[in-house]
Design a protein around this ligand. Sequence first.
Ligand code: ZN
Length: 269
Amino acid sequence: MNYIDIHCHLDMDEFDADRQEVLARMKEGGVVAISVGSNLEASKKAIEIAETNENIWTCVGVHPEEISKGIFWDRGSSKMPFDISEFKKLVKSSKVVGIGECGLDFFRLDPAFAKATADKQKELFESQIQFAIKNNKPLMLHIRRAYDDALDILNNYKKNYGEKLRGNVHFFTGNVEQTKRFLDLGFTMSFTGVITFTHDYDEVIKYIPQDSIMSETDAPFVTPVPHRGQRNEPSFVIEVVKRLTEIRGEDLETLSNAIIQNAKKVFDI
Ligand SMILES: [Zn+2]
């Protein structure tokens, strides 16, 4: 194990044509991964892939944008897309190492339904926080344009559940103040290929202690330099780790080992 991609989506259609080759390139590069589900169907598929590949683990959950699509409340339905009885079956797999991706995403809220959508997203998020605590799993968080709202919710649970509330903030783009608050909660933060083509997160990346930082690709999305223009895949995570070392002034072996240890600790892999 040389590198870990703690957040990718190997279940997605983008990998249907060459999934085996993608997995072979990971093996070749010593790259292991956590493939994350974003709804019930995707979570089931992610488990299938994890159960047939030694070096793949998975998180199961429902992405907040499942609500932004408006399909659940727009029709007057009160049913949540997080069906606890279904997810209860999924967490029985030994390959399920976390709950998510779940969280809040206020980036593209339809202005006509913004408040209602945000409220439903919070409800969906809290049901998954409670589920993670109950099943003693860490959270894989997806938070966009909603860090302070998410932190307020998480802090409330921290007060009642302490160490039982834990996890990682995927695709982290928060500021130093928000970073501090996540560190106080004991959460790690992971970075994608975005850091290979912008300096926007350099300050935060330098600020995070070595025991709280992680690497990911979010493949098939956000391909790192020098592979821009191609579909992203987990073996490209090396470019993310390299960039992290440049920003932080650390050597590759030390940081990649530290990240693997961090992932083992948070996700118990
Ligand atoms: Zn994702």
